[in-house]
Design a binder for this molecule. Structure first.
Ligand code: ADP
Ligand code: FBP
Length: 332
């Protein structure tokens, strides 16, 4: 029996969300089913704002950044009444399976909905933060790394010209995946991560030591510190003035911000999104419910939403080891 699908993107948009929508639509059509797309995340589900999706509407979409369905945060979706409204709207459209592309918050929303709706809910991890367990990478993460690295490369040009110390803030909410990878790939000199942060004093002492030895060792005096957002109390301004006091250096802070969420997805994100989108449709036909599709060590994996919503995901130990050798503890 064919199934009717609905798909939405929720929370922070991520490059590759469109590729996931395309894959869901094409895989669904292949099985003879129909797909609608809800706009603005759970907001569209509550207001029944949706459109039909088919091979024609997803043509020429795989390379586009952002999300053609738009995204949104919808705080009222946490209520019982909202979930009941959403369930009624899905039933009105005769939907069998809702596919939610988003982060852990969006998956909490999907799990909440499933308490009041008898249809299937399936999550696809879409966030630049990569903070979702059950998958090695999330859709959008690879592109965001590239964007951050390209930006830091540009910062380096001017940092070298003036022999200045730069602080570059990278997104990630409360996770350091993006900052860690961006720092290594851009050959930055130090990185501040939520997972490793102990205290301001400890970090300042370490930076001071690294900077001092770096200045003795390297001909050029520029120094780039990547700072994951939401770690340093008072943010980049506070860190900048503490460092200026301690080191006497001229410091320039740069916040990369939402530029990291934009742009055409790199091929790794397109491929990941396409694989996960196809697998979501397969999982629906297998009768799965309340799961997230991920990829681990090259294999597609189905994990219960209850196991991904509130669990934390550790940084990869080998990447941290490399970082310590060449960045934070280079001169230790
Ligand atoms: N506990 C919850 N119950 C129901 N819905 C939730 C819950 N947490 C988050 N959501 C929904 O998911 C949306 C996206 O969550 P958010 O944390 O902002 O982004 P992300 O999904 O990227 O982590 C929220 O705006 C809300 O609509
Ligand atoms: O766009 P907003 O609402 O300012 O949110 C910023 C946050 O969204 C993100 O870009 C993506 O986070 P989510 O995918 O969890 O929504 C975070 O890195 C950042 O902290």
């Amino acid at each position: 029996m064919t199934k009717n699908f609905a798909v939405l993107s929720s929370g922070g948009d991520a490059p590759g969300m469109n590729a996931a929508v395309r894959a869901v639509v094409l895989a669904c059509e292949r099985e003879g089913g129909q797909v609608i797309g809800y706009r603005y995340g759970y907001n569209g589900l509550l207001s029944q704002s949706c459109r039909n999706l088919n091979a024609k509407t997803v043509h020429n979409l795989i390379q586009q950044g952002g999300t053609v369905l738009h995204s949104g945060r919808c705080p009222e979706f946490k209520s019982e009444q909202s979930a009941k409204t959403a369930a009624a709207n899905l039933n009105e459209k005769a939907i069998d399976c809702l596919i939610v592309i988003g982060g852990d918050g969006s998956f909490r929303g999907a799990a909440h909905l499933s308490k009041y709706w008898s249809g299937q809910v399936i999550g696809l991890p879409g966030t630049i933060d990569n903070d979702i367990p059950g998958t090695d990478a999330t859709i959008g993460y690879y592109t965001a790394i590239e964007t951050a690295v390209t930006s830091i490369d540009k910062v380096r040009d001017t940092a070298d010209a003036f022999e200045r110390l730069f602080l570059v803030e990278v997104m990630g909410r409360h996770a350091g995946f993006l900052a860690l990878k961006a720092a290594i790939a851009s050959a930055s000199d130090y990185v501040i991560l939520p997972e490793l942060f102990e205290s301001e004093d400890k970090s300042l002492n370490e930076i001071e030591l690294q900077l001092h030895k770096h200045r003795k060792d390297v001909e050029h005096d520029s120094f780039i510190i990547v700072v994951a957002e939401n770690v340093w109390p008072g943010g980049l301004d506070a860190l900048s003035s503490s460092l200026a006091q301690r080191t006497g250096s001229e410091i320039r802070p740069v916040i990369l911000g939402h530029v990291q969420r934009g742009g055409s997805p790199v091929s790794q994100d397109r491929i990941l999104a396409t694989k996960l989108g196809c697998e979501a449709v397969q999982a629906a036909y297998d009768g799965d419910n309340c799961i997230m599709i991920g990829e681990q060590k090259g294999e597609l994996v189905r994990t219960p939403l209850s196991e991904v919503c509130d669990a934390s995901k550790p940084l990869t130990a080998s990447t941290v080891k490399t970082m310590k050798l060449l960045l934070n503890n280079r001169y230790a």
